[in-house]
Design a protein. Structure first.
Lengths: 491, 122
């Protein structure tokens, strides 16, 4: 017997007899009070009735509930079974349908593969000169028949290939001359690629060197211009300093010329003073002439007195005669001095006239020189300003050109990347050539594989790449060169 | 006194460009065409910085760096790798070997000069 379900095992129903007993107790109390029946007896009867009701109801409810539960369980089980059976049936039908569809798809796929295989076999047979087989019609011949036919043809082709590979005279034509072609053309390709790489490398290096030289020469020209205009770092030797020095030196010259003119003025004053001395000398010469005349008169008087004295005055007469000669000589010298002084005076006057004329000319020359120097210095100043502006322009242009050349230098780095790509291609070509040589030197009877593992080959090729672009292109991506924005990593 | 930089690069064009750029900045530059050539230039003289390519014939850059770090005179010389190589494994290998900076080509000369100045002053 199954256990009753939980909702019926809570035994709440047992409270019902207690309620009934309580009701009966209350009823007994009323009856005993109105019909004068012994209360104890009534209570005893009621207790017996209550206990009886309790056990009866307990058994009856349990049995009833169990019957209901069984009925419900059986019904639910049946319904569940029916539902499950239905679901299983529908599921089996779906699986069966899917399986059918899949089988149909697989069959179609296999038929397609077999068609391709049949065509490949036809091609292979033609390529290797095997006996021509009748082409198998794929539909509606069953797949089993096709497989059997293909197996037979595969065996025939394998035998034919074995015959070809063991033969010596036709060994090169085993892959229709492709391996021979590769052996000959691969080193040529590799050499051509390497030559292109070396040629471009040398050309770009030369170009880079020329750009470097150009940059250095531009710097040198800019520096020379800067030095010519502004001087070196200490601002020495430039045209500005030259202008300042020239102004100072020319100022010194004009000052010297002015001083010279002043000295000439003093000289003229001295010469004029000298003309004053000549007048004094002329007066002194007149006095000498006057003294000579008086001495001559005195000598004549002395000679007269000596003649009157006779022999006693003869000696005195000689002295008087000599004095007279001296006075005449003094008069002559006084006259000569007067004449000479007059000549000197004339010469000094002439010199004064010429000197004054030269002094005026010098003053005019000095004025002109100052004006000319001022004009020249002004022109120099303007030229210096123009040169300074030109030098600034040259410096700006030089910086711009340097920037452009810097960009060109960056662009020239493509050569390194191209060189690496070409190197990888060349290395792979050489590797393929060596592999083909190895394959062709391997005898067919050794059991060693005479094939190329394409997947492994491509995997090895990827390992040689250094740039992301190479990997992307290898994977079939569109060729796209992306500029590196942040290409410096500090550790 | 000018600082000395050893520049190791198999590409003649890049070598030429960087020689010009570094010289203009006032550095003394020693050039080498691969790792093997560069090792012969490490003769004990003072070198303030090494800049090296990674993929080079005869001896690659990372092998050169490891060999250079074995030399007592160049154990603490800062090294910059200048390469087209972008694979993280190679960068990590460089970092483990003692490389201070990894610059991927193409690069602006100003970028390299900034890195050089930073590492030389450090």
């Amino acid at each position: 017997m199954k256990e009753p379900i939980k909702m019926y095992r809570n035994d709440y129903w047992q409270t019902l007899p207690l309620l009934l007993a309580s009701g009966f107790g209350l009823l007994g109390l009323i009856v005993s009070k109105h019909f004068e029946i012994n209360g104890l007896a009534t209570a005893g009867v009621l207790i017996v009735l209550t206990v009886g009701l309790y056990f009866w109801s307990k058994k009856y409810y349990r049995m009833s509930l169990q019957a209901i539960e069984q009925n419900l369980s059986a019904k639910l089980q049946q319904e569940n079974d029916e539902i499950i059976q239905g679901l299983q049936n529908s599921h089996k039908q779906a699986i069966l349908q899917a399986g059918t569809n899949r089988v149909a798809t697989e069959r179609q796929h296999i038929e397609t593969l077999l068609t391709g295989l049949a065509q490949d076999f036809d091609t292979l047979s033609k390529l290797h000169g095997g006996q021509h087989q009748e082409k198998i019609e794929i539909l509606p011949i069953p797949v089993e028949t096709q497989i059997a036919g293909l197996t037979q043809r595969c065996k025939a082709l394998t035998m034919h290939l074995d015959e070809l590979s063991t033969g010596t005279e036709n060994q090169d034509s085993g892959i229709d001359g492709l391996d021979s072609l590769c052996q000959k053309v691969l080193p040529i390709w590799a050499s051509q690629v390497d030559m292109a790489r070396v040629h471009s490398e040398e050309s770009i290096a030369d170009l880079a060197q020329r750009f470097g030289t150009l940059t250095n020469r531009l710097d040198a020209a800019s520096l020379a211009s800067q030095n010519a205009v502004s001087g070196d770092h200490d601002l020495q030797g430039g045209i500005v300093e030259l202008l300042q020095n020239s102004q100072l030196e020319l100022g010194t010259i004009t000052t010297a010329l002015g001083a010279s003119l002043e000295d000439k003025g003093k000289l003229l004053g001295s010469i004029e003073d000298l003309s004053g001395f000549t007048e004094q000398l002329s007066n002194m010469a007149s006095e000498i002439s006057s003294i000579a005349r008086h001495t001559n008169i005195l000598a004549i008087n002395a000679a007269i007195q000596a003649a009157q004295a006779g022999n006693a005055g003869r000696g005195f007469s000689v002295v008087a005669s000599e004095v007279r000669k001296l006075s005449q000589s003094s008069g002559d010298y006084g006259k000569q001095i007067t004449d000479t002084i007059a000549s000197v005076n004339e010469a000094i006057k002439g010199t004064l006239t010429i000197s004054r004329k030269f002094a005026r000319q010098d003053e005019e020359t000095l004025d002109n020189a100052e004006q000319i120097i001022a004009v020249v210095l002004k022109r120099f100043r303007l030229a210096a300003v123009g040169l300074t502006e030109s030098e600034e322009l040259l410096r700006i242009e030089n910086n711009a050109i340097n920037h452009e050349i810097s960009d060109v230098c960056v662009a020239l780095q493509f050569q390194d990347r191209v060189s690496q790509i070409l190197t990888h291609v060349g290395d792979d070509l050489n590797k393929l050539e060596q592999h083909l040589n190895t394959l062709n030197s391997t005898e067919t009877g050794t059991g060693l594989p005479r094939s190329v593992n394409v997947e492994q080959w491509l995997e090895d090729l990827v390992k040689t790449y250094t740039m992301e672009e190479q990997i992307a292109v290898h994977d079939g991506a569109k060729i796209e060169i992306k500029p590196n924005e942040n290409n410096i990593t500090f550790f | 006194m000018a600082k000395t930089i050893l520049f190791v690069e198999d590409s003649a064009s890049v070598r030429q460009v960087m020689n010009s750029t570094l010289t203009r900045e006032g550095y003394d530059v020693i050039l080498a065409c691969d790792g093997q050539d560069a090792l012969t230039k490490l003769d004990g003289s003072k070198i303030h910085l090494i800049i090296s390519d990674v993929n080079m014939p005869n001896m690659d850059g990372l092998t050169f760096v490891k060999a250079a770090k074995q030399l007592p005179a160049y154990k603490f010389t800062p090294i910059i790798m200048l390469t087209t190589e972008t694979q993280a494994t190679k960068m990590n290998e460089g970092k483990a070997a003692g490389v201070k900076a990894w610059i991927v080509k193409p690069f602006q000369p100003a970028q390299l000069l900034a890195a050089v100045a930073q590492l030389i002053q450090a």
